[in-house]
Design a protein around this ligand. Structure first.
Ligand code: PHE
Length: 340
């Protein structure tokens, strides 16, 4: 056999083998190609190698060297085909991704636990006929204090206990100044100023107090304010609404307790406790709307009466989900938040 015939057949083998290895689509066809070209017994390469003995002695080194090169290139082509089969890639057109392989999931955002709680509370109160109302977070002293019967010298108006804004108009605490509302009771006033009774609303939103953050305090938190104004409203209505609310949100076996308290805008005033998981837990304040407040918004206290309550939203959320530190809700840590 002449050297050039030998080299030609090697060349042809390489072309054929590369074409076949480049188009294998399964382990079976890969293995078939391997046996066909690289098989130790009757593989095409082996067949050509057998011819080496018939090459003239002086041509042998060249023939052998070429044979080894082709052998390596076929081994590479085989390796590459095997790798492609393991990592299907549509991009390079050499393989088809397994059509049943699940895709890479997109990271979806979800609703913050406090927002989820707010939606839930609105839904429960909505079933009892309470519509939602809103008010601004930046307030004036009239809505945050004055109309709520909180006098000028009341400690609740202390600049150290409120976030007053550094606005040009009015000095701190006086007419014309502004602050971040410290309670959602502001919305009671805003609603009563523009509407006539009967009124039945809840307002859920942020309030701000300069507290140092710890497990139960945060300088920003949420309240659910409730207000019902009608003829002949009594404490019994208040207690019933709060009990129905609590059993809906926390569970059937919740009890409710009123403890005497004081708020300038309710008379009588109470602290509201729910019996839950074997203990009394305070959730907020409530009471019958003070006649001075009804008068401030232009209602006649002889004609109408009503109740109001303010509950801590985080507290409700934390109780229900067994969260022990309010700061977790606002850390932005996805490991915590993604559990809800
Ligand atoms: N605004 C009161 C507070 O923040 C709660 C409250 C609301 C009390 C309505 C009575 C009536 O503590």
């Amino acid at each position: 056999m002449s050297l050039s015939d030998f080299l030609d057949s090697l060349q042809k083998l390489q072309r054929d083998a590369q074409e076949v290895f480049a188009t294998v689509t399964s382990q079976e066809s890969l293995e078939a190609a391997r046996v066909r070209f690289l098989g130790a017994k009757n593989g095409a390469l082996k067949e050509i190698q057998k011819q080496l003995g018939r090459i003239a002695a002086e041509d042998k080194p060249q023939a052998g060297q070429r044979l080894n090169e082709i052998k390596r290139s076929l081994a590479d082509a085989f390796q590459q085909a095997a790798t492609l089969l393991e990592e299907p890639s549509v991009a390079d057109g050499k393989a088809v991704a397994a059509p049943t392989l699940p895709g890479t999931p997109l990271k979806l955002g979800h609703i913050h636990p406090v927002t989820q709680t707010i939606e839930h509370l609105k839904e429960i109160m909505g079933r009892m006929g309470f519509a939602t109302a809103e008010g601004p977070e930046v307030e004036d002293p009239w809505h945050n204090f004055v109309a709520l019967n909180i006098p000028e010298d009341h400690p609740a108006r202390d600049p150290l206990d409120n976030f007053y804004l550094a606005t040009a108009k009015g000095s701190v605490g006086e007419e014309g100044s502004q602050l971040l509302r410290s309670q959602t009771s502001t919305v009671q006033i805003r609603v009563m100023e523009v509407r006539r009774p009967p009124i039945r609303i809840v307002s859920l939103g942020r309030v701000y107090r300069p507290d140092d953050p710890d497990a139960t305090h945060f300088p920003m938190f949420h309240q659910m304010e409730g207000l019902l104004i009608d003829r002949q409203v009594t404490m019994a209505h208040l207690k019933t609404v709060l009990r129905v609310f609590a059993t809906n949100y926390l569970g059937k076996d919740v009890s409710i307790r009123f403890r005497p308290s004081f708020f300038p805008f309710t008379e009588p005033s109470v602290e509201v406790d729910f019996w839950w998981n074997d203990q009394w837990i305070e959730f907020g304040g409530a009471g019958m709307v003070d006649p001075a407040v009804l008068t401030a918004v232009g209602y006649d206290p002889e004609q109408v009466s009503g109740f109001a309550f303010g509950l801590g939203v985080e507290r409700l959320c934390m109780r229900r989900h067994n969260i022990t530190d309010i700061r977790d809700l606002y850390s932005g840590d996805m490991r915590f938040l993604s559990q809800f």
